[in-house]
Design a protein around this ligand. Structure first.
Ligand SMILES: [Fe+2]
Ligand SMILES: [Fe+2]
Length: 334
């Protein structure tokens, strides 16, 4: 192993210059690299908020697993909801590389100090909502997350690559469910339209407030944490979704939605931003229910965490020579 001379202590300015150079090269910042405190704080907030959204987002759809209309639909929905749990775990792991623990993050979620996506504070009222969430909510998530595969913090970007692959399965399963219902009865078509009417505006809100009301965007973009503004991504989502709605045969509930030849993009109306801020502040239809459910699961799981910690600390060491639970057919050596 080559012997490398200890580098001299770098000054704050040198460290900062090195960090800036990494960002400017569009290279990745890794957990052990020096980074400005504000960059670390921004990432903890963003990655935690993202992880919380994956975990809380299991609730509105999980509620339909027991009521899925066929074994096939149940298997699809179960796989989808399990994927979201996996996304939460990758993202908590990415956040942990920044020096926070999952316990701290979960406590911040259940005490309301950290947020999750406002979309999950809306209820799922019919089975069509499973399809609409897959199509619109996972679709919006894809628009948001594909650019994040190139975000400047390495563990976050790498987690996003796998997550995005799974999100495209989620979007397709939602679209396929809605397509099946649209080919069904008048009642099924009405269910789909009613669901799309409820989820369209909250889906547009998923990109966050308009650029002129999003004070952190400029700094996040300078750091390479974000690569597109909220309004750019919202536009991309609308342009992607309109032809899909047409193929499906549903109407998007926006009278201002029209193709703008000059811009080569759709013009569209603005969501009710007062409603958005109200939901963000905790007053959406399901905020209290979502957080209470998460808190109960956290409290109910306390004994599992305690047992795992006790085992890791050595209290369970006598099981190392115990093969009584070994189900293999080989000879017992104990
Ligand atoms: Fe996800
Ligand atoms: Fe998803």
């Amino acid at each position: 192993m080559p012997v490398v001379a200890e580098p001299e202590q770098e000054s704050e300015a040198q460290l900062e210059a090195r960090f800036e150079a990494v960002i400017n090269r569009k290279d990745r910042v890794e957990p052990r690299d020096w980074m400005p405190d504000a960059y670390r704080r921004t990432l903890v907030r963003q990655v935690a908020q993202h992880a919380h959204s994956e975990i809380i987002g299991m609730q509105p759809e999980g509620a339909w697993i027991g009521r899925a209309p066929s074994l096939r639909r149940k298997a699809i929905l179960l796989a989808k909801v399990q994927d979201e749990a996996g996304h939460g775990l990758y993202l908590y792991s990415a956040a942990e590389t920044l020096g926070v623990s999952r316990q701290e993050l979960t406590e911040m979620l259940i005490s309301g100090r950290q947020k999750y996506s406002s979309i999950f504070n809306y209820p799922t009222l019919s089975y069509a909502d499973v399809g609409t969430i897959g199509w619109l909510v996972d679709g919006a998530a894809i628009c948001n997350q594909v650019p994040l595969c190139r975000t400047s913090f390495g563990p976050y970007g790498r987690a996003m690559i796998r997550i995005c692959k799974e999100e495209s399965f989620h979007q397709r399963q939602g679209y396929e469910l809605l397509m099946t219902m649209m080919r069904g009865t008048d009642e099924q078509r009405a269910m789909v339209q009613e669901s799309v009417d409820r989820f369209w505006w909250p889906s547009l809100m998923m990109f966050g407030p308009p650029d002129d009301e999003s004070p952190n965007t400029a700094r996040s973009m300078a750091w390479g944490v974000k690569t597109h503004t909220n309004d750019e991504l919202r536009q991309r989502f609308v342009d992607m979704t309109v032809p899909q709605a047409k193929a499906l045969g549903v109407t998007l509930p926006d009278p201002e939605l029209v193709w703008n030849e000059e811009r080569g993009a759709h013009d569209f109306g603005q969501p009710d931003w007062d409603e958005f801020w109200d939901v963000v502040k905790g007053n959406g239809p399901c905020n209290a229910q979502r957080v209470a459910h998460r808190k109960k699961a956290w409290d109910d799981g306390a004994w599992v965490r305690e047992a795992a910690l006790a085992f890791a600390a050595g209290d369970g060491s006598d099981t190392s020579s115990d093969t009584s639970s070994d189900t293999s057919d080989g000879p017992r050596t104990a």
